[in-house]
Design a protein around this ligand. Sequence first.
Ligand SMILES: Nc1ncnc2c1ncn2[C@@H]1O[C@H](COP(=O)(O)OP(=O)(O)OP(=O)(O)O)[C@@H](O)[C@H]1O
Ligand SMILES: [Mg+2]
Length: 642
Amino acid sequence: MARSLEELQARYNSSAKGRMPGGPGGRAARGAGKEVLSKNSGRTVARILSYLKGYRALIVLVAFCMLISSLFSLVGSYMMAPVIDKLSKAVNPDIATNLNAISQKIDAFLTGITGGGSVMQYLLAAMIMMGTVYGLSALMNYVMSRIGITITESVLKKMRDDLFDKLQKLPLKYFDGHPTGEIMSRFTNDIDNIDAMLNNSLISIISGIVTLVGTLIFMITTSWLLTLVVVVFVPIFLFGGLAIARRSRKYYSANQAALGAVNGYIEETVSGQKVVKVFNHEETCAEEFGQLNGDMREKQFRAQFWGGVMGPLMGNTSQISYAVTIGIGGILILAGKLSPGGLTVFANYSRQFSMPINQISQQMATIFSAIAGAERVFDVMDAEPESPDKPDAADMSAMKGYVIMNDVSFGYVPEKTVLKHINVYAKPGQKIAFVGSTGAGKTTITNLLNRFYDIEEGSITIDGVEVKEMKRDELRSKIAMVLQDTHLFTGTVRENIRYGRLDATDEEVEQAARTASAHSFIMRLSEGYDTVIEGDGTNLSQGQRQLLNIARAAISKAPILVLDEATSSVDTRTERHIEHGMDRLMKDRTTFVIAHRLSTVRNANAIMVLEQGEIIERGTHEELLAMKGRYYELYTGVRELD
Ligand SMILES: Nc1ncnc2c1ncn2[C@@H]1O[C@H](COP(=O)(O)OP(=O)(O)OP(=O)(O)O)[C@@H](O)[C@H]1O
Ligand SMILES: [Mg+2]
């Protein structure tokens, strides 16, 4: 039975928001424009601008080009006045042409270069000159855009770099609270919005203002009376434009929310495609998707209507002022107060005048989104990083691997203790095993050892030095880990194994692969060690992925080894194979092994049985069996199942 549209929207919108607030779902909140701008907006803008600091000279150049370009374009149109007047005079010598100062100068210049020749010559000269002026304006525009884009893209690169650098410094805790999709969206949607603002809005708004002011000046010099007529219309179009912009923003938000729901649904269904098929949910999915999709069509229609149709329509309506201008201008000509050329130029300007007003009101939405996007980007940049290493951090280069956990208690969140009073003692070369049911806290112990999380209670020391007194890099370089969830990067098999120690030779890579019993399957791959692993190793089996992860740990020379369910997906025969290699590897290293399959931990020096964050039994395999406690239960139970 498919769920209702409301139910779906509530679920997928909130999840889409949760997953990617910067993404489609989250844009809903941002698109709302003014309403979402916090009082920090000023600070955010200042911070965006601070990224432009290094480009002062270029920005001045951009501004200069913008000014010249606008000016030339205005002058270009102005040249029509003397030309038309000249033509009018040629047709009817009695016509009144009261050229103003600028027109007179242009006229004198044109007459000068044609040596007072024929009207045709005058016309040709005017054409060439106008073409040159417009050409220069275009050239300036080109230079301005080119430099503008260079600046913007450099700024955005810097932002992405800063963001990525910051991500590498954030503690794991941060990622617990921020799903991948959400973080991704800051690199994509949010930065894109800033891009749109810096590249389009900012330039078009500033050049819009320059054009506006320039046009106004030229209009006044032509006819102050007509200027007054045009200016009277401004508030009407300004408010009309703003009202439409506000409306379109509202529907744009609704559209983004609908898009968020659709995206969230697709994302979930695609990544869970196997489960969908297993439970025969294809039809329900199609039905539910249909509902969300239909809803999006409606909202998209409104958004497009108000943004794409009404906005430009408003622009066209503003041509009413054009008609009025022509009417009044005509009367002025008849009264001898304006020349035909003057009216032509003026009509042209009055058109140009309304354009930037429309443009500016439309760009405001982009600016609001960009500021909100920037706020989210800066949020990450301001998140508290991992505490810095102590300046007098101990030198652990010669670490032996005496590990002592003393009365350690820990919780990921303050209100829930996951580990309680853990005591572990391990000498170099010893193998310590953790067993216990799912969620008991085994992985958590290893997370504390290499300071993925810092503890508040108790102490963890290696060779007598507290781990929090060590440099994180150094500590982690001394602990080779096979994590419970395998991860492979896009790259060749060789590169993936070498990730464990970058200076390893090809022989060492192969040696490590042999230790992990991965060599034979690697050789069976099409390109052997040079086979490219795609998307987290989807072209490998789960067990093969684990073997590569083990090889990666085996190549490292770290004195401490942690194997968290390292062979859980590997068949028992291969596992036994690995054991031989691993025994060699574990020699002289302190090893912590976590396994549900108890046969793999039998030869450990000590086995800790964890239950709900507490070590409830400890001892060797034989001792624990003799105890006939929890371990005995687990072991005999598992054996029966075997
Ligand atoms: N990042 C996290 N944030 C909050 N709680 C967490 C986090 N990781 C684990 N936990 C909680 O801590 C407890 C112990 O988890 P842990 O991963 O250590 O279990 P485990 O013993 O390794 O289980 P398994 O055998 O399933 O791997 C669980 O109750 C789990 O819900
Ligand atoms: Mg675990």
